[in-house]
Design a protein around this ligand. Structure first.
Ligand code: NAP
Length: 433
């Protein structure tokens, strides 16, 4: 084989890095693949704009023509359309596809895999989850002979940076977000990150791969970090926890089997490896029956780190083309397991209450918990200064044992209705213990 042609859709943060490396490292890549990779086009919205390191003659605003006849198409445009139609057209036309598009995969995973399978070509997407960190391949290949039971990931660097700065500097959410934006860690519109949507797309992909069940973005329970206050972080720290936005994917056995995918800010014990993941770094903690616990750590975003994962996929796909043979999509997500709603999941809560500092309050609180069958693992009470209150107040922090989420949510409602409870100051789930 004399060469393989590669069409690139997107020349932005990741695409431009991929294009430059493809051109600059052509010889090394040719040695690894066994043939030359020829970049034939870089499709962008504005082809007249100069892109450093990318020859102007490669730029085009016509992605449909760019993909025609390409051996391999790399999709780095992002978004749902036209990315979905272009990928489907490429797969149906016999091109293998490499993409980093988590939003699209979280919506159309089965459709894309089936299209790849039907054409006997490959669809690779290592960069779609946690940037440079190899997690897709471990889940679909290295651990294929094991049984993954749970995956917990810090898969959004922006929110990890914000929470980390709040804990280190004592900042409020708004100040930490502003700093993240000034430093380029957060977008001008940070909604996808801070509302947990970016992490939810990754959770959908991880759960689909780990449990071989199609899980879409709509199946993922999502809570973002906008409600996390400096006070909540201080309480967490005082109790030996750190707050992390976690994407949790779990296989649930027992009477109500199924899988769960959820994203929320959670308390993680300071002893847990995920608690040490600071700044904008990502980490994915995998628990499997035979392998035990595994942790994958590194840079989850950025042009160069993400392009590393894209180019790894490209070399793998290209090698397969050189060696010949059917290049079927290796991901199998045709299982029939149920995706459970959050209410059916077992979790632990830490509930922080502002209560009247008078006798009988603890008993009333204990009764409200017992009414839903929730037992307390730890309770601690400290004096609480509330200048607006006309009575002495206390802060009561309760950590529950594991209980059904629906019972825990009902417990919080019961507590809020008690005379002795002035306010429910925060409710956070405890994970990883
Ligand atoms: P980006 O900087 O916004 O780049 C998008 C590129 O696609 C631009 O070059 C844009 O052209 C082009 N494009 C968009 N719509 C187009 C259309 N309809 N027709 C032709 N070209 C079009 O995005 P990115 O940050 O590189 O992200 C690319 C993908 O990688 C996304 O799926 C993202 O989720 C994923 N990803 C990114 C990171 C990261 O750190 N950035 C990490 C992991 C995964 P113009 O330049 O002319 O506007």
């Amino acid at each position: 084989m004399e060469k393989l042609t590669v069409a690139l859709l997107g020349g932005g943060v990741v695409g431009s890095e991929v294009a430059r490396t493809l051109l600059a490292d052509a010889e090394t890549l040719a040695e690894r693949v066994g043939t030359r990779l020829e970049l034939t086009a870089v499709a962008v919205r504005d082809a007249s704009r100069e892109r450093p390191g990318i020859p102007a003659e490669l730029l085009t605003d016509d992605p449909e023509t760019a993909i025609r006849g390409a051996d391999i198409v790399i999709e780095l445009m992002g978004g749902i359309e036209p990315a979905r139609s272009l990928i489907l057209a490429a797969l149906e036309g016999g091109s293998s596809v490499v993409t980093a598009n988590k939003a699209l995969l979280a919506q159309s995973f089965p459709e894309l895999l089936e299209a790849a399978d039907a054409s006997g070509v490959r669809l690779e997407f290592e960069a779609a989850v946690a940037g440079a960190i190899p997690i897709v391949r471990p889940l679909q290949a290295s651990l294929a002979g094991d049984r993954v039971t749970r995956v917990m990931g810090i898969v959004n660097g922006t929110t990890n940076y914000i929470l980390d700065q709040m804990a280190r500097e004592g900042w409020g959410f708004a100040h930490a977000l502003r700093t993240a934006q000034e430093l380029g860690y957060a977008e001008a519109d940070p909604t996808a990150d801070v509302a947990g949507l970016d992490a939810a797309a990754k959770a959908a992909i991880i759960a689909s791969l780990a449990f071989q069940v199609p899980v879409s973005m709509d199946d993922v329970h999502v809570e973002g970090i906008t409600g996390v206050s400096a006070d909540m972080i201080a309480t967490a720290e005082a109790q030996g926890f750190t707050i992390k936005l976690l994407a949790i994917c779990e296989r649930l056995e027992g009477e109500n089997p199924g899988v769960s995918a959820r994203v929320y800010p959670a308390l993680v014990s300071r002893e847990h490896p995920l608690a040490a993941v600071s700044g904008a770094f990502n980490a994915v903690f995998v628990e499997a029956e035979s392998a035990g616990s595994l942790m994958f750590y590194g840079q989850g975003a950025g042009g160069a780190p993400t392009s590393s994962a894209v180019l790894g996929d490209l070399v793998s796909v290209a090698r397969r083309k050189v060696l010949g043979g059917r290049g079927q999509a290796p991901a199998q997500i045709r299982g029939t397991g149920r995706v459970l709603p959050i209410a059916d999941v077992d979790t632990r809560y830490q509930i922080t209450l502002e209560v009247s500092d008078r006798p009988g309050v603890l008993l009333a609180v204990a009764e409200a918990l017992a009414a839903e069958g929730v037992s307390v693992e730890l309770a601690s009470q400290t004096q609480f200064e509330n200048p607006q209150a006309d009575e002495p107040r206390a802060k009561l922090v309760i950590a529950t044992h594991t209980a059904r989420e629906s019972a825990l949510a009902a417990t919080v409602e019961n507590l809020a209705a008690l005379d002795a409870v002035a306010s429910v100051r925060s409710v956070l789930r405890i994970e990883g213990s």
